[in-house]
Design a protein around this ligand. Structure first.
Ligand SMILES: [Zn+2]
Length: 679
């Protein structure tokens, strides 16, 4: 069999939040299983990833916390790197785009295109916050998507439907900094002429699909974009945080993150080469036409990997210098939801990888996710299914088969592999069955049908149990010990094959299994052969998959949607003195009216003792103004005044949001005097 040279990348996670199970199911676990399988198959493969550390979302988080963007990226880069390690991700390198090697790589590409006159310089209208006096990049503006109506769309991109559009098309735009409606103001940017590459991109996608069979969801996304025609795309941004545009006249501009983040795959490979003291190693993968490049991503990233990144590499290759490989396949997954809903940090819906792994072994999560990957449609993680897959598949089918075989061999054959002996038809059939698995599973994995491959492997454990039962070794051990030995020999060979086939999926448990077998994996294609010799000494078995009790699962289900005090992280605790800095006071509403042109805001006049204040509150969807008059409410009295829709607000009214999204003001009895402090 001809071995391949393979380059695998997984989407660079954004260093602005923790990894959750949905991410793992999309771009990471399937890639890791594929990579681990390819390594056992003897292919020459490297697996590249890292943190994406630029862009406006990071600066927004930094401003919210009043820290530098560096603090945010350091925190999430380290946390995500560690979470991936605990989950068993076997990256050859997990780099970060804040490294000098990445900045250098991005600047090289930029300057190459700039010097060749590829970019178009264009004036454009961009959202500008008149209160904060800054241009608002994509993520600083939120509004309604012109294509699908999603109300949390960004200025030029909708995460819900994946559309890209011009900022002027966004409906109801709002600045995330001041909450006001931003104005469109003129600026200039360099643009990458994506439209010019459309014919070449269409040809590329068709050719790759013909040769390597792209997934239909990926093809449909691509064809949708081609149908809408590709446009020039701004490649610079007015922003502080990021890679400075290496052109003197471009003051205050950085390279747009969509252009440089995908180059992070290349710079991460360069980073690996430097670590290995082989500075040219990266070229062996990126610039060899024999390389098979596979880019694993989630569906929200399709356009960047099937259109934008290939276009950037095509543009470079046209220059006639080194030639980069384009992705040969982009097996994008759909989304994983959690118990029927989208993951949401703010609603406490879902679980972080770290929290999960504090309670359960990583292999249990890997198996549950792998057996239910969203390869063709969105799927869900359910706690009950997690328990069921562990208890009835890992424990009852795989674990039980291993355990009963080892118990028998230790009890009756001193823990040594019995002789294969004389084969009957049932034995020959089973051996033939075992030997068919490695090739069949490989065929699934080679087509990126990871879920089907994983479910197929579990069938071998089912076959093993059936063979054990049909052969009745508990009877033959008394009547015909050699016959019993034959059965157990074949059961052990089955376990060996299972150990190897499951290694990419359950790396931690299968490592333990190979210790029990006192053996090591062989080349993938040989793992269905007779690999354990007669009299080979085994090690004592341990239980690989204990059952999960109902109470543990119930506990997790009960936690969903609640944010309990005990879960408030220690570092976010404040002292009594800190709390007392906040002046909460009782106030009486004396006037209330709607703010013109705003759906959300009410303008209130409240009395605090003798003092009267104007407060603008976002409660118009939940309260009619007239119903508020005379109500006693709690306000934050020493909050810095802010302007909302041009109106000054001198305080904030405390309210809670119900599950249906309705706001309820905290009420105080009429007997309490205005101005009374709440503490
Ligand atoms: Zn949309």
């Amino acid at each position: 069999m001809v071995k391949e040279k393979v380059l695998v990348t997984s989407a660079l996670p954004y260093a602005n939040g923790p990894i959750h199970l949905g991410h793992l199911s999309g771009a990471y676990l399937p890639a890791d299983i594929y990579v681990r399988y390819k390594r056992l198959n003897g292919d020459d493969i490297i697996y590249i990833c890292g943190s994406d550390e630029h862009g406006a979302a990071i600066t927004i988080s930094a401003e919210k916390e009043k820290v530098s963007p560096q603090v945010i990226i350091d925190r999430f880069h380290e946390a995500n790197k560690k979470a991936f390690e605990r989950f068993g991700m076997s990256f050859d390198n997990y780099s970060r785009t804040s490294l000098p090697i990445h900045h250098e790589t991005a600047r090289d590409f930029f300057l190459e295109f700039y010097n060749r006159g590829i970019f178009v310089e264009k004036k454009s209208l961009q959202f500008y916050d008149n209160e904060a006096n800054i241009f608002l990049p994509d993520r600083y503006v939120e509004g309604t998507c012109p294509k699908c109506g999603n109300e949390e769309a960004r200025s030029d991109e909708c995460e819900n439907c994946g559309s890209l559009y011009d900022p002027s098309e966004l409906k109801n735009p709002k600045s995330k900094i001041s909450g006001t409606t931003p104005a469109l103001k003129e600026t200039w940017h360099y643009y990458f002429p994506l439209g010019k590459y459309q014919p070449a991109l269409e040809k590329y996608v068709d050719e790759m699909n013909e040769k390597y069979g792209w997934k239909s969801n990926v093809l449909n996304y691509c064809r949708g974009w081609f149908k809408d025609r590709l446009n020039d795309r701004a490649i610079t941004r007015d922003l502080d945080w990021g890679i400075k545009v290496p052109v003197d006249s471009a003051i205050g501009k950085v390279i747009f993150v969509w252009f440089e983040a995908v180059l992070g795959y290349i710079s991460s490979t360069k980073d690996l080469s430097l670590q290995k003291n082989q500075p040219e190693l990266w070229k062996k993968y990126w610039q060899d036409p024999k390389t098979k490049y596979v880019a694993f991503i989630g569906k929200d990233n399709v356009v960047f990997h099937t259109i934008i990144f290939p276009a950037i590499l095509m543009a470079w290759n046209e220059g006639g210098k080194e030639q980069y490989c384009l992705p040969q396949n982009v097996p994008a997954n759909e989304f994983l939801n959690f118990e029927g809903k989208k993951f949401s940090k703010s609603r406490n819906w879902g679980i972080d990888v770290d929290d999960f792994l504090n309670i359960f072994e990583p292999d249990l999560l890997r198996y549950t996710l792998a057996a239910n990957l969203p390869e063709t449609r969105d799927t869900d993680f359910y706690w009950k299914e997690f328990q069921l897959r562990n208890n009835s598949e890992l424990a009852d089918i795989l674990g039980n088969f291993i355990n009963r075989t080892f118990t028998f061999v230790f009890k009756h054959f001193d823990g040594k592999v019995p002789a294969l002996g004389k084969l009957e038809k049932i034995d020959e059939d089973m051996m033939k069955e075992i030997s068919g698995y490695p090739k069949r599973v490989a065929e699934f994995f080679e087509k990126y049908k990871i879920r089907d491959g994983v479910n197929e492997i579990m069938n071998l454990a089912r076959d093993g149990n059936k063979y054990f039962n049909d052969s009745e070794p508990w009877k033959t051990v008394k009547s015909d010990k050699a016959r019993c030995g034959t059965t157990l020999n074949i059961c052990l060979q089955t376990i060996y094959t299972l150990g190897e086939l499951f290694s990419p999926v359950l790396p931690f448990s299968m490592e333990k299994l190979f210790v029990m077998l006192n053996s090591k994996p062989v080349k993938w294609e040989s793992c269905g052969d007779t690999n354990l010799k007669e009299s080979h000494q085994l090690n004592q078995a341990e239980i690989l998959f204990p059952k999960i009790e109902d109470a543990i699962i119930e506990n997790q289900i009960n936690k969903l949607g609640n944010t309990k005090l005990e879960e408030v992280k220690k570092e976010s605790l404040i002292s009594y003195d800190d709390f007392m800095k906040t002046q909460l006071r009782v106030a009486e509403v004396v006037e209330a009216e709607k703010v013109v042109k705003s759906e959300k805001l009410l303008k209130l006049k409240v009395k605090l003792g003798d003092e009267e204040r104007q407060v603008v509150a976002g409660i118009a969807k939940s309260y009619e103004p007239e119903n508020l008059i005379g109500k006693k409410v709690v306000i934050v009295a020493n909050l810095q005044p802010v302007k909302l829709m041009g109106l000054e607000s001198q305080g904030m009214i405390l309210a809670v949001e119900t599950e249906s999204g309705e706001l309820q003001i905290l009420n105080v009895s009429d007997l309490v005097k205005n101005g009374t402090r709440v503490k």
